[in-house]
Write a protein that binds this ligand. Structure first.
Ligand code: ADP
Ligand code: MG
Length: 359
């Protein structure tokens, strides 16, 4: 029995449908990320779960119980915002105590619980400080303590790190994932950042234009994107489109402007002469100066390189204008003496290609 069920949930604002027919489950104790571009309906989805908006259609069930019209304060689903929504005129401790006070918890117990969570978040020493005197990272921890002190079943987080500096984001990601594992509380984490979602979550829901494009583990989504939208959004994918030239048992040959390529057919029913698209992760493409053997190769010109830590991404283009990306270790690349404008061969194993369900 899943903790939460979204059953054909739709939300309209007047005639505008912000999210449509959302069907998914949240499992007890999981770290679920909801990722998608700005305006795709992530916040709307979270607000419905928090009880701040009622669905226009469909059902949201928590522990098997219909929640559509249950107000926020009668739910076990607090929300942590990007803006944090802390009270600037209260101390850290008073902020953390606030929800308990609203629920009529006595003074001594409030204090004990608030201090416990401030300590857990590593900010006990700031208990008496005014919120306005704390740093971004410290405020973040107060906001988390304020929600966690309620001992919720689910913690909802809406882009909670997007206002922080880059170096703090990495640190708070670790704080959050450690906390989630330690507490075993279900986290639903909304973000527009692929790296954040993939680094933190057990499962990811990818949303586009009010609909779910794919649900799966980061690895599933990365290696086997369901469609072109996901493949593009996840990035680091090479996407090729053409027509099916021939189909064998477990492979097919796809004719593209850049040449013919062999792909594994997965579970996708490929039909001769019909359009088809496939992807190859940038980290599964090999480079060579000489023409490689094998069925899948492309001759490209190097356009640019992008270094991130010890990894480098090469951006290339073939004579037909098809773009390619290759990702590799910098020390692997250094074996080649490459410059922009150089021509090199790319190749990949047939098994590395993944056919998209929808072209
Ligand atoms: P995200 O969080 O993914 O950026 P939102 O859920 O905030 O997206 O918004 C989804 C869509 O619904 C957007 O087009 C937004 O403009 C619209 N929307 C959200 N809230 C309202 C509202 N209260 N009234 C009208 N339109 C809204
Ligand atoms: Mg939002």
């Amino acid at each position: 029995e899943p903790l939460v069920v979204f059953d054909k949930v739709q939300k309209s604002f007047d005639s505008f449908v912000a999210v449509k027919e959302l069907d998914f489950e949240i499992r007890e104790g999981e770290f679920l990320a909801i990722m998608g571009p700005s305006g795709c309906g992530k916040t709307t989805t979270l607000r419905m779960l928090a009880g701040l908006d009622a669905p226009s259609k469909g059902e949201i069930r928590l522990n098997g119980q219909l929640m559509n019209d249950v107000p926020p304060h009668e739910r076990d689903t607090p929300l942590v915002w990007q803006s944090l929504a802390l009270f600037p005129f209260l101390s850290a401790q008073e902020n953390v105590e606030f929800g308990l006070k609203m629920r009529g918890v006595g003074k001594e117990e409030r204090k004990t619980r608030a201090l416990k969570w401030l300590e857990k978040m590593g900010i006990l020493e700031f208990a008496d400080r005014d919120i306005s005197t704390l740093s971004g990272g410290q405020k973040q921890r107060v906001a988390l303590a304020r929600s966690l002190v309620m001992e919720p079943q689910i913690l909802l987080l809406d882009e909670p790190l997007s206002a922080l500096d880059a170096h703090l984001v990495i640190r708070m990601q670790a704080v959050l994932t450690d906390l989630q594992r330690e507490l075993g509380i279900t986290f639903v984490y909304v973000t527009h950042s692929q790296s954040e979602a993939f680094a933190m979550a057990d499962r990811v829901i990818i949303m586009g234009k009010g609909e779910i494009a794919q649900i799966g583990t980061p690895k599933d989504i990365y290696r086997a994107p369901a469609n072109q939208f996901v493949a593009e959004f996840v990035g680091r994918n090479n996407i090729l489109t053409g027509t099916v030239a021939s189909v064998k048992d477990s492979t097919a040959r796809i004719a593209t402007a850049s040449g013919d390529f062999t792909v594994p057919t997965n579970d996708v029913a490929l039909v001769q002469d019909h359009p088809a698209s496939f992807v190859i992760s940038a980290d599964l493409v090999h480079i060579s100066m000489k023409e490689p053997t094998g069925e899948n190769k492309a001759f490209c010109k190097l356009i640019s390189e992008e270094f991130v830590g010890s990894m480098v991404t090469l951006f290339l283009e073939d004579a037909e204008g098809q773009e390619f990306k290759v990702q590799m270790q910098e020390r692997e690349l250094s074996k080649f003496d490459l410059h922009s404008g150089d021509e090199i061969w790319l190749s990949w194993d047939t098994a590395s290609a993944h056919v998209l369900n929808e072209t």
